[in-house]
Design a protein around this ligand. Structure first.
Ligand SMILES: *Cc1c(COP(=O)(O)O)cnc(C)c1O
Length: 466
């Protein structure tokens, strides 16, 4: 007892002071590299952790080298940026948690150009007076979608909110029960509806809604007929939904506007490449619908934004709504969006230049080639099996639900490490590599790994599996 107590005291007494650490060679080194407040914070927290451990009866390593190493690790943790690049080896092209669409080179260059100096963001150069920020994209957007007018806000949730607030505040909006979607937790049609001040009028059933259901619901308080794309799910079996054409005809008969929340909104015809059955936005606009809304960073492959395209009168009223100011996009987004839309003027160019399209359209053989290059670059121990395996990837991000894209992945099995352990090792390393587990193997889908990321992924795996 006595012995233990003495030992405990001598351990505590032996710890250096904050001041001693600051004045040590290491301390001076840290101060020359890192902000003083982080150095101080790391020293205090390291010493506190050691004292806690000693008081609990533990015997933490208290030699100067171990103490310095602990402090340095903490400082590095404090100064590391929170937002950082990761390598997406999940094969999910539009991974919402990983930032959805990577931008094209043209979009990045335009962001740098516009952000580094002044711009004509809200300045009419011809008139020499105040201009409008949404005017910059009007010509490109109407050209590509065929709509009379268009405007852009912060994201598609904002576009839906602004549309509902403008067209249906305090009045009823008719929506099918099969389309009351939730997109990733925070966007639920009924909640957005409530926030916008519109009143939800549900019609039909989960699996079947008929035109007569909509027609019966129309009354003096009806302001809008809304169709919502079933972005991230499919209702299969005994089902029916009403095509937008029929809703447009119904709206015309009752003099009601019709809106279609397309969610992803496709500008490039993926059907011509055998992918999915998504109509392009211009086809939807041609039905005569009053308004369509879609995201900038889903299949479009641009920055986070919400695009509303439709009749002149509707877009004009949306731009006048005071909410528009709160939901407006910033100049960097506008810059990236303009460059992204510009690429769509030539669809073949868009398919090569926009990373999302390039990844969706890449031929399985090309993906296999990248997977094979990754396999040859990995230096793993004898008891690790590393092989190329066929699998399927998905578009993700509430786009092309149910569409499986044939792909190739690097499949890893280790006798010593569980797939979960390898997954965690990759995820928490530098750079973080996000992979998935299928059955008893770790899979790295080569579809979403860029060519220039192959060496980094191989190096990380080498460290873990050697
Ligand atoms: C994704 C999606 C939204 C939300 O779009 P964000 O750009 O993520 O705000 C809204 N409606 C539908 C149908 C969607 O698929």
């Amino acid at each position: 007892m006595e012995e233990a107590d003495r030992n405990f005291r001598s351990l505590l007494m032996g710890l250096p002071s904050v001041d001693e650490l600051l004045k040590s060679a290491e301390g001076r080194g840290w101060l020359s590299l890192y902000p003083r407040r982080y150095v101080l914070q790391a020293i205090r927290e390291s010493l506190e952790a050691l004292r806690r451990e000693i008081r609990k009866g533990g015997q933490p390593p208290c030699d100067p080298a171990s103490i310095s190493a602990g402090i340095e690790a903490l400082i590095k943790k404090y100064v590391a940026p929170s937002l950082s690049n990761v390598i997406n080896a999940t094969g999910v092209v539009l991974h919402t948690n990983l930032g959805r669409a990577p931008l094209s080179r043209a979009a990045l260059e335009k962001v740098i150009l516009i952000a580094k100096g002044y711009s004509n963001l809200e300045y009419d150069l011809a008139e020499g007076g105040r201009g409008k920020r949404h005017a910059h994209l009007r010509r490109l957007l109407t050209g590509i979608t065929g709509a009379q007018d268009a405007t852009v806000v912060n994201n598609n949730a904002a576009a839906v909110m602004l549309a509902l607030s403008t067209l249906a505040r305090g009045r009823q909006v008719i929506v099918s029960r099969g389309e009351l979607v939730e997109i990733g937790g925070s966007f639920r049609i009924p909640d957005v509806m409530a926030q916008s001040g519109a009143v939800l009028m549900e019609v039909g059933t989960t699996n079947k809604t008929h035109l007569r259901d909509y027609e019966r619901a129309i009354g003096p308080d009806t302001a809008l007929i809304l169709k919502v794309h079933q972005s991230n799910y499919r209702i299969t079996g005994f089902t029916s939904e009403v095509p937008i054409e029929e809703l447009v005809a119904l709206g015309a008969k009752h003099r009601l506007p019709v809106m279609y929340d397309l969610g992803s909104g496709c500008l490039f015809d993926l059907r011509t490449h055998g992918i999915g059955a998504e109509p392009v936005v211009s086809e939807v606009v041609q039905t005569g619908v009053d308004l369509v809304t879609f995201s900038g960073d889903k299949l479009l492959g641009g920055p986070q934004a919400g695009i509303a395209a439709g009749k002149t009168e509707v877009i004009g009223r949306m731009n006048e709504n005071p909410l528009a100011r709160a939901l407006r996009i910033d100049k960097m987004t506008l810059a990236a969006l303009e460059a992204t839309f510009f690429a769509y003027a030539d669809p073949e160019k868009a398919a090569c230049e926009i990373p999302v399209l390039r990844m969706l359209l890449e031929k399985p053989e090309a993906i296999r080639g990248r997977a094979e290059r990754l396999v040859s670059a990995i230096k793993a121990a004898e008891d690790v099996s590393v092989a190329v395996a066929g699998d399927s990837s998905e578009a993700g991000g509430g786009s092309l639900p149910g569409v499986r894209l044939p792909t190739f992945a690097v499949s890893i099995r280790s006798a010593r490490l569980t797939p979960n352990a390898i997954e965690e090792g990759l995820r928490t390393g530098t750079p973080p590599v996000i992979a998935r587990i299928k059955e008893d193997a770790l899979l790295l889908d080569a579809r979403t790994i860029a060519d220039d990321e192959v060496p980094a992924v191989a190096a990380r795996l080498g460290e873990l599996l050697a």
